[in-house]
Design a protein around this ligand. Structure first.
Ligand code: 13P
Length: 250
């Protein structure tokens, strides 16, 4: 069975009431072929409920983060139970900004992933190497270390509800996109690692999406790569070109 593309838009900490209203209007105008692609957007927590209420059902809303805990006295957190209560299907976990700016370790990312899955959310797990790590030829070591932490906590059946986002840190928000060769290599190596470590069947079905300076200009050549199953888009997901990026997958 062919893997269905995933096109995710991560709005990060951007947007005002009026810009979010415009973005929702733009997205509701896009024809989404749900047979070939899942379109998922991640607004800031402040706008999750609005997006969930106002976006058409072909476009799914995703949290940018989820608490390691359940509901309770955890100021500033949002629990998986609350996201489910709102009707959300998805959350991101382990975005490089969460790892580098907010101290999320591989273990925390893995525990959040497990807890979110247990509460019924599907999870986009983000992994990626820094430029120094790439230069030191550590790319695959870093990616598999990050993914192994997650794999250690999961039973095989849970992988059907995971998407892996490969986001090289050096490509995020820099305008420096991975070359098709760099992207295909990383995705292929990751898939081979999953086949060897988890199972060939999980590897064959796992969606591995690319993130880092994806734009209308580079999306067509990246989506054509055998092991690239879609994108996680930052800056360009706030602009009309996100529509072109969705079109590249359908
Ligand atoms: O971090 C990203 C998506 O999660 C990528 O961001 P940019 O597309 O802005 O490089």
């Amino acid at each position: 069975m062919a893997r269905k593309y995933v096109i995710g838009g991560n709005w990060k900490c951007n947007g005002t009431q009026s810009s979010v209203a415009s973005l929702i209007e733009m997205l509701n105008g896009v024809t989404v072929d749900t047979e070939s692609v899942e379109v998922i957007v991640s607004p800031p927590a402040l706008f999750v409920a609005t997006a969930q209420a106002q976006l058409k059902p072909e476009i799914r809303v995703c949290s940018q983060n989820v608490s390691l805990t359940g509901p309770g006295a955890f100021t500033g957190e949002i629990a998986a139970e609350q996201l489910k209560d709102l009707g959300l299907q998805w959350t991101l976990v382990g975005h490089s900004e969460r790892r580098s700016l907010y101290g999320e370790t591989d273990l925390v990312v893995a525990q959040k992933t497990k807890r979110a899955l247990d509460q019924g959310l599907d999870v986009i797990v983000c992994i990626g190497e820094t430029l120094d790590e790439r230069k030191a030829d550590q790319t695959l070591n870093v990616l598999t270390r990050q993914l192994k932490a997650v794999a250690d906590l999961l039973t095989e059946d849970l992988w059907a509800r995971i998407v892996v986002a490969y986001e090289p840190v050096w490509a995020i928000g820099t305008g420096v996109v991975a070359t098709p060769e760099q992207a295909q290599d990383a995705h292929k190596n990751l898939r081979a690692w999953v086949a060897a470590t988890i199972s060939p069947e999980v590897a064959a079905n796992l969606r591995i999406i690319y993130g880092g300076s994806v734009s209308a200009k580079n999306c067509n050549e990246l989506i054509a790569l055998h092991d690239v199953d879609g994108f996680l888009v930052g800056g360009a997901s706030l602009k009309p070109e996100f529509v072109d990026i969705i079109q590249s997958a359908q």
